[in-house]
Every structure is written in structure tokens, then in C-alpha cells.
Design a protein. Structure first.
Length: 585
């Protein structure tokens, strides 16, 4: 039995738009039928006005055809408005979902965490108002016109059918000829955009070391590859478009000539005006197909965007609604934790286990690449554990709804990131700005006086990535953001890496103040200045827990190990025993 395909979230989002499509198709059908108005007007003028020489008949026929033109344009406008509204509905349905999926991809370091999903959503939205979709909606009227032509003369009807088959075959050939280069061009263009985004983020490094020429050369090579593939697809598409238009124009004249030939042979019983009608309708039968062929690049682009978008949303499903939990008090429990980076099976943290009661400070020390940053991400629930749990007040931090948990958590990553906005907005986490809490957080890290001295104070913009601030100032702002609102649990990853002596003192003062209010701290550090305010210490080496316990006991044990390592080993025959390597702090 064939397995059932998983439900498509993108298809589910488009399904509610069916009423808009139905309205647009009805408007298209009526507007397309009104295209017969000029032909009917011409026949009526020759049949009624020329013979009767009645000015009133001419005036009434003219008013009727002008009214038909107005109705046709209004219907065309209404169809555009209906499909534009459908595009807005699709955007409302998927924009927030796309944003969260892109955020999730960035969080898990998976592909798709860039602007491509947003571009794909824009392509799908714009496709709803594109001429090619309008042509597809007008296609059913082609059958109506074909029936009319058959009723005029079956031979002319078959001639129009053959023409339609030829143009449809050209559309299929166009698809085969342009599909591969268009897809490759889109992939190359996306790769070039990602390359540009990555290099622009490192503009200072590129400029300082004179790398711009080499970087530009690599980008030009990718851009030329994209333009070359696009040119191939454009040339092929233009060729088939020209052939399709030639067939359409030729069919009009061919059907008119065929009608005259049939009349000469006595096989056409209608009037000369009916021959003109048949020839005109023959061209209208091919018009929607020709329009689709001429806009085929839009079809391929939309189809690729649909495939990418559908796969991307399936790879990043929406998070299920989490059960509401009571506010945490800050009791941390780490149970036999084994974990690595998302998407990588290699374990960075192995069998780490400890507990931290509310209101205590844990200093995590160890050499570089010992797993401190990975542990920090696990403690705040950013990365999943391969086995074991990180629990806050008994609840799994990773599965806890971050929207509900976030106000009770503070986090300062090793790479400080500020966002474009004011100092107050950054400290207040871009929520409702409570100036008393903002000023209290800034004062706790020794930043209040500096901010007050600025011309705009707390309303000063930080610039892109905090570019208007020094490294130490950015770190202090991020620290103020971490302790804003008195969270109960705070994780700081190398919080004093860019701080001077006064910054170190302000950090220690902030931790002591928050600790007195019952906040638990976990501080990853290379520097010993934080140890003065720590209650406990955890020593990591190569992702393995070497020691854990009260600060003074761990320091004494480390000092003893270092002393033993420095003592010369007694001389003895045979191989010397392996020396114990002290754990670096």
C-alpha cells in the first residue's frame, strides 16, 4: 500500500483562498466573453447601420459597446483587487509562521535561516496577481470560443484546434528547454546572495587586511554564472515566445483565408461577417496559451518557490502549545547531561551533573574548547540534550515555552548582540519600556551615569549591531538586558571579556545585588575576578566534569593538584608513571 503523503502546510494555507479564486475566475470569464463586443459591434454596424442608414441605431450600438468596454475594465480591475486581497491573506497566514521558522533554523544552525524563505513568500504572493495566472483564468473561455467556431464551420473549428495543440506543444517544449537553466540560475543567485550577506557582516576584516579584491572576484564569478544561466533560459524562452506569437498571428489570417476558400468551394454557408468572427475567435483561443508561454519564467520561479517553501516549513514545524507552568524560583538541576551542537552527533558535553539552589552563584571554569559555551546554551534551553535533562524548578528548560519563561531568565552570550533601536529598548528587551526598571538595570552594571551624559540619554540609538558603542559598553548594555526585571536565573558566558577593572567591579556588584534578591547565577569565565562572588565552582575539561563543589574546596583541590604536578617525581627503575595534569582555571 502506498504511504500517504504528509499534509502540506503551504497547501493548507492556500486552500482557504478558494473563494477568491472562484470570484476571480467568474470575473475573468465574463470579461473574456465581453471581448466579443467589438466583433459584434462591427457586424451589427455593417448589418444594421449601413443598410438602414439610421443614426439612432449607430448611437445606441456605440453606447452599448462602450458600456461593454467599461464593464470589461471594471471586471478586470475587480479581478486584480480580489487576487491582491488573496495575496494579503496568504501573507497574513504565512508571514509570522515564516519568521518563526527562519528563527528556528538560525537557532538550530540549519539551512534556510536567511532571507530566502521571505523572498519565496513574496514570489508566491506576487504570483497571485501575475499576468500568467490571469491568462490561466481566461483559458476556459477559449473552449467557449472554440465551440462558437465549430458552430460556424467544423473545418474552421478543427483548424483552431490544431493551432491550439501546436501552441500547447510549444509551451511544453518551452518548459523542457528552460526548466534546468532557470532552476540552476535561481540556486546560483541564492548562493551569491548568501555569499554577499556573509561578507558584508565581516566588512572590517575584509577592509583591514586588503581582502576586498579577492572577495569581489569570487562574487563576480558567481554572479557571472547566474547571469549566464539566466541568459540561456531567456534566449530559449524568447524563441518559443516568438514562435507562439507567430502561430497566433498566422492562425488569424489562415482561418480567414480558409473561410474564403470554403465559401468558394461552396462549403461555407454563412456570411462574410461570420468568417471574420471565426478568424477573430481563432486568435482569441490561442491568446491565454500564448500569454502563459510568454510568462513561463514566472511559472518556474513560483513553482521553485513553492517547493522550497513547502519543504522549509515541513522541516521546521510549528511548536506545539506548551502547558502553562508556575513562575520558577531559580532551582537548577542538571541530570547526566550529554549534548552537542544541533545536527552534529559529536558530544561536546558528557555526563555533567550538578545542582544549584536559588540565590547561589556557580562559576564554571576550564580551558578553551572545554564546553562552557555549549553548557550555557543548554542551561537556557537553546540547544537540546542528547540525553539527560536541564531542569528549572523540576521542569525541562528546553521544552518550556520561552515566551512564558523568558521574563524569568537572563542570558548574556559570549558574542554580544545588540539590536537596532534605542538603549532603553535594548535593555527592556524590546518590550514595554519601564524606565524605572531600565534605569535600575543600567545602574546595577554602572552604566546609568554614562547613559545620562549622552545627548539623548536612554533614547540614544545604539546603531546597527551596537556600532555606536565600544566593546565594553556593548557588554554592559547586554548585561543590563540580562538582569532587567530581576530574573530568577541568569547565565553569563564570559561576561567580563571586554570589561576593564571598573567594569569587573560593576559586574561583581551586580551579581552580589541580584544574588541578595534570590537570583541564581551561572557564570562561564576565564578570569578569576568573578570567583570572589561565587558560591560554587564547576571545572570542565574536554566537556567532562572534573570537579564540582563549594568554591573554596574546589580551589584548594586545584591548588593541591597543581602543587603535586610541580613536584619532581622520585627516581626509580623502569618507566616513569604518568603525571597528573592540573586543570587550568
Amino acid at each position: 500500500m502506498k504511504p500517504q503523503a504528509p499534509p502540506s502546510e503551504l497547501r493548507d494555507a492556500v486552500t482557504p483562498l478558494r473563494p477568491y479564486f472562484r470570484k476571480a475566475i467568474i470575473f475573468s470569464l465574463v470579461a473574456s466573453l465581453l471581448l466579443l463586443a467589438p466583433t459584434v459591434y462591427m457586424l451589427e454596424v455593417y448589418d444594421r447601420v449601413v443598410n438602414s442608414r439610421s443614426h439612432m441605431t449607430l448611437a445606441m450600438l456605440t453606447l452599448l459597446v462602450l458600456g461593454a468596454y467599461v464593464v470589461m475594465e471594471v471586471l478586470d480591475w475587480a479581478r486584480g483587487e480580489v487576487m491582491a486581497e488573496a495575496g494579503r491573506k496568504l501573507d497574513q497566514k504565512l508571514s509570522q509562521r515564516t519568521f518563526h521558522a527562519v528563527f528556528d533554523a538560525n537557532l538550530k544552525r540549519q539551512p534556510g535561516g536567511g532571507v530566502q524563505p521571505f523572498n519565496d513568500l513574496r514570489v508566491l504572493r506576487d504570483f497571485l496577481t501575475s499576468p500568467v495566472l490571469a491568462g490561466a483564468m481566461e483559458a476556459p473561455t477559449a473552449f467557449v470560443f472554440l465551440i462558437i467556431v465549430f458552430s460556424i464551420n467544423p473545418a474552421l473549428g478543427w483548424a483552431a484546434t490544431v493551432g491550439a495543440i501546436v501552441v500547447a506543444a510549444l509551451a511544453w517544449l518551452n518548459e523542457k528547454a528552460t526548466l534546468e537553466p532557470l532552476q540552476e540560475a535561481n540556486k546560483t543567485n541564492a548562493a551569491a546572495q548568501l555569499y554577499v550577506d556573509g561578507t558584508l557582516r565581516n566588512a572590517e576584516v575584509i577592509e583591514s587586511m586588503g581582502m576586498l579584491r579577492n572577495i569581489h572576484r569570487r562574487w563576480v564569478a558567481r554572479q557571472r554564472e547566474f547571469l549566464g544561466l539566466q541568459a540561456v533560459a531567456s534566449d530559449r524562452g524568447a524563441s518559443y515566445q516568438s514562435i507562439s506569437k507567430y502561430v497566433q498571428l498566422t492562425l488569424n489570417s489562415a482561418m480567414l483565408g480558409m473561410g474564403v476558400w470554403l465559401q468558394l468551394k461552396g462549403h461555407f454557408t454563412g456570411s462574410g461577417g461570420m468568417m471574420i468572427v471565426a478568424a477573430t475567435l481563432g486568435g482569441r483561443i490561442l491568446a491565454p496559451i500564448v500569454q502563459i508561454v510568454s510568462q513561463w519564467r514566472t511559472v518556474v520561479t513560483a513553482r521553485d518557490a513553492w517547493t522550497r517553501m513547502d519543504g522549509f516549513l515541513a522541516a521546521h514545524p510549528p511548536k506545539p502549545d506548551a502547558m502553562l507552568l508556575p513562575p520558577p524560583r531559580g532551582a537548577l538541576l542538571v541530570e547526566s547531561l550529554v549534548a552537542g551542537a544541533p545536527g552534529n552527533n559529536a558530544a561536546i558535553i558528557r555526563n555533567v551533573a550538578f545542582a544549584l539552589p536559588p540565590g547561589e552563584v556557580l562559576a564554571v571554569v576550564g580551558p578553551s574548547a572545554s564546553g562552557k559555551t555549549t553548557l550555557a546554551r543548554l542551561l537556557v534551553g537553546l540547544w537540546p540534550a542528547a540525553s539527560g535533562k536541564v531542569r528549572l524548578d523540576g521542569a525541562d528548560v528546553f521544552t518550556w515555552d520561552k515566551t512564558a519563561l523568558g521574563p524569568y531568565i537572563g542570558y548574556l552570550p559570549q558574542g554580544v548582540e545588540l539590536f537596532e533601536g534605542t538603549l532603553a529598548e535594548n535593555i527592556a528587551r524590546f518590550g514595554d519600556v519601564d524606565m524605572k526598571k531600565v534605569q535600575a538595570a543600567a545602574a546595577a552594571v554602572g552604566l546609568h551615569e554614562l547613559i545620562e551624559s549622552l545627548p539623548q540619554g536612554y533614547q540614544s540609538p545604539v546603531g546597527r549591531d551596537g556600532s555606536s558603542l565600544s566593546g565594553g559598553q556593548r557588554q554592559r548594555v547586554a548585561l543590563a538586558r540580562a538582569i532587567y526585571g530581576d530574573p530568577v536565573f541568569v547565565v553569563l558566558d564570559e561576561p567580563n571579556s571586554s570589561l576593564d577593572e571598573s567594569g569587573d567591579a560593576a559586574l561583581a556588584q551586580a551579581i552580589t545585588l541580584m544574588k541578595s534578591r534570590g537570583t541564581s547565577f551561572v557564570v562561564m569565565t576565564h578570569r578569576t575576578s568573578v570567583l570572589a562572588v561565587a558560591d560554587k565552582m564547576l571545572v570542565l575539561r574536554d566537556g567532562v566534569q572534573q570537579a564540582f563543589g563549594p568554591r573554596d574546596e574546589v580551589l584548594a583541590a586545584l591548588a593541591k593538584m597543581a602543587q603535586q604536578a610541580q613536584q619532581p617525581a622520585p627516581r626509580r627503575d623502569g618507566p616513569a608513571p604518568a603525571s597528573r595534569v592540573p586543570v587550568a582555571v
